[in-house]
Design a protein around this ligand. Structure first.
Ligand code: EPS
Length: 392
């Protein structure tokens, strides 16, 4: 069995919780490893006011002792600072001094593009706040926390991962493909829109300003690159063992993500096979490698040992200050959709989320494939696999 996790928490509830299970025992893990990633998710030009209220920090409640995992479940908690403004509206106790109809912030006008209406129909929530509180991208906080633990595991077995923004509101970054992963990290980290192309940074920020001014929102494309995965992780033998499929599922599970591609992606539809597949070569030091990486690190649902390159498209956030038309579910009359606090663009933050959901899937694939009770042995087994693949 591999890794698994559950998250719990409403956007304006007391806290977000994640329980991680299946981590090897004896893996170094510090609170700070997770907090550093949570801070990255909070940044990005175009974020809304909620990020000024929160300073997301994690408490490790179980499964770690003296800086090392125990092999038991790891419970992570991130408190919502905003909760203090919502104790009545979001409290778990029955209302006593207020009638249900008087509860403020009741949502009866579903936002087009959000989970509101479908979620209301599914669970019978006529106050669609019951839907939006959980469907909110606030939950990505603890997905990043879980992914931060996975990233730590990956870094200790020589797998390095970065995410950056390749497009915002139709403005495309020109990515210098000769940059090292470290250089990509440095550049994207110092950019307010997490792009590695300084020439478009200002244009992206202007596009976000424009959207904000007109009460609108814009989306974009993020790219995750992971280097150092050994070859032959995942499997071709059955659909649910294909690692690229798991990555695709993880990407589309991020709020507002609508599509995924690997390597040259959809461009492969327009090119002949000779310009899509990557020629195989071998040398003593690296072992097998591909002369190009157009397939983005996957063949047959398995890693090739080349960098994994996966991109995801994020639609504009559906909560608009200049709302689209909707229907009030009480009166069935046409009405402007409800307005909630929102971000005009969350693509830079979504890049951080994408990095972490990919990290989780990669860590899971390693834990599934190798002996993983004791971390030290786990590391040795992965190293052995690399040597085996080199000489194969
Ligand atoms: C988010 C917190 C949320 C939203 C945003 C993401 O907080 P609030 O609703 O209090 O402003 O800002 O989520 C959405 C806009 C959405 O539509 O899901 C966060 O922590 O990232």
């Amino acid at each position: 069995m591999g890794l698994r996790y559950l998250t719990a928490g409403e956007s304006h509830g007391p806290q977000l919780t994640a329980i991680l299970e299946g981590l090897p025992a004896g893996m170094p893990l510090l609170t700070e490893d997770i907090n550093a990633e949570l801070a990255r998710r909070q940044q990005g030009y175009g974020r809304g006011r909620r990020m000024q209220i929160e300073k997301d920090t994690v408490e490790i409640m179980s499964g770690v002792r003296h800086g090392q995992t125990l092999g038991s479940p790891v419970a992570l908690v991130v408190k919502n600072n905003d909760w203090k403004h919502w104790t009545k509206i979001m409290g778990a106790e029955p209302l006593v001094d207020m009638e249900e109809d008087e509860v403020k912030r009741k949502v009866t006008r579903p936002r087009p593009g959000h989970a509101d209406l479908n979620g209301g129909i599914k669970y019978g929530h006529r106050d669609m706040r019951n839907v939006l509180e959980r469907s909110s991208a606030r939950e990505t906080t603890v997905r990043v926390a879980a992914g931060a633990v996975a990233k730590k595991l990956l870094s200790l077995v020589g797998v390095n991962i970065v995410a950056h923004v390749v497009e915002i509101g139709g403005i495309k970054a020109n990515v210098d493909r000769t940059l090292t992963l470290e250089a990509l990290k440095e550049r994207s980290e110092s950019s307010p829109v997490r792009t590695v192309d300084p020439n478009v940074e200002q244009d992206m920020m202007n596009a976000i300003d424009e959207a904000k001014k007109s009460g609108d929102s814009i989306g974009g494309i993020v790219e995750v690159i992971a280097e150092g995965m050994p070859a032959g992780i995942g499997s071709y033998v059955h659909y649910d063992r294909k690692l690229d499929a798991k990555l695709a599922g993880a990407m589309v599970s991020i709020n507002a993500f609508k599509g995924v591609e690997f390597g040259i992606g959809f461009e492969a539809a327009r090119k002949p096979g000779s310009e899509v597949h990557d020629e195989i070569a071998w040398d003593k030091e690296t072992g097998y490698y591909r002369k190009s990486n157009r397939l983005g690190g996957f063949e047959g649902g398995m890693t090739t040992g080349m960098p994994i390159v996966v991109r995801g498209v994020m639609k504009p956030i559906p909560t608009l200050y200049k709302p689209l038309m909707s229907v009030d579910i009480e009166t069935k009359e046409p009405f402007s959709a409800s307005i909630e606090r929102s971000d005009s663009c969350a693509v830079p933050a979504a890049a951080v989320v994408a990095e972490h959901v990919v990290a989780w899937e990669l860590a899971n694939a390693l834990v599934e494939q190798f002996y993983s009770d004791r971390f030290e042995t786990f590391v040795e087994e992965i190293q052995k696999q690399r040597e085996y693949a080199r000489g194969f």
